[in-house]
Write a protein that binds this ligand. Sequence first.
Ligand code: SAH
Ligand code: SF4
Length: 434
Amino acid sequence: MNFSDSEIVASVMASHDYSIAGDAPSADIILLNTCSIREHAENRVLGRLRELQHLRKKKPGLLIGVLGCMAERLKEKLLEDKDLGMRIDMVVGPDAYRQLPQLMADAETGQKAINVMLSVDETYADISPVRYAANGVSAFISIMRGCENFCAYCVVPYTRGKERSRDPESILNEAKQLIAAGYREVTLLGQNVNSYSWSDKNSGAEIRFSQLLEMVADLDPLLRVRFATSHPKDISDELIRTIAGKDNICNAIHLPVQSGSTSVLQRMNRKYSREDYLERIKAIRAIIPDCAISTDFIAGFCGETEEEHRETLSLMDEVGFDFAFMFKYSERPDTLAAKKYKDDVPEEVKTRRLSEIIERQQKHSLASNHRDLNTCQLVLAEGASKRSEANMMGRTSRNKVVVFPAGNTVPGDYVMVEISHCTSATLKGKIASE
Ligand code: SAH
Ligand code: SF4
């Protein structure tokens, strides 16, 4: 989401004649787009801001701005030099990016510039993002902003405000521009894409996410379409059928479960039980038998007992996720959990539980990759692999990373790759046909 937002920021700046500097030392303005999801993320941002201060010595006019969720959460506190131990010139929340040029002008005159107003209707629908760090093959399209689910641990509803959907016409136009520029894959982004909803101005008819997904997929059969994220409480059979019905909608669903224990899920305010989640997995498997399913886990949420933790491990065995993002619970100020529960699982217990989850997931990821050995996979080539220019890296529809000798392949090509080796993270093989 931040990657996508930074492209919007770049577009706002470009329309006021700013251009992107190659690196921080050559920049006149440095904007850090920030994340508040865990304390660790915020600490890293503060560390980076501290490192950047030395650049002021060579460039007294340098402006440093904090954008995004940390700006929204900490507001004026980020402008109090004494408390922070460093100087920040601008603080701009996620709904105020259109005001950046004005804020910059204020900051240039030495005033502290801040705008952290949240909006009920800002979707930046008319702004064409500048794809400055993209690979030319795969791009994000933001389809909605904000979240009103108020999961007990989560800061997002406070930092990103009310949920709002973006005009589908502007989404389709953005996708068309990407196709015209040679892109081959788009990922539709929202905190909970299942609650996407737009009522048509003329007919009043509602456009839901599954219809939007279908409309984007229908633009071009060679365009792959992905999305993130689905909330398990409202992923519908209709959506699963839409994915099954179109070859170019990727067979990969990210469905964050957080915990395998119904009592923990209740405390997390996730609004589904372990059984509800398993029922949705069953529906996915019945409608799309070869669908990859990935998830997120939080280890050591408030009050989590050993028994509840074991329920997460047993759910992992039951589902066999292809991939997972795994985190230790990090208390976020002012969230429901911070107000209502004690962060009472000791740090060493959280660490041990997280490593048990990671270890279990590595086994499942490896097993999932083993199942792909000696098969041919349709891979969309993205670019040179990290380790060697001679190798190309791409992904399968199920979102698995594949590395193969590049031959004549260029980014954006579809190739059939015969899979011969794997680790828990990567498939390896050679081109079977182009
Ligand atoms: N909207 C998405 C999640 C966005 S946040 C959804 O509902 O699925 C991405 C992930 O960060 C979450 O799924 C959760 O696993 C993790 N996360 C969020 N808040 C956290 C916290 N306070 N501590 C640890 N992990 C957290
Ligand atoms: Fe946070 Fe829950 Fe909203 Fe996801 S759905 S952003 S976890 S509050």
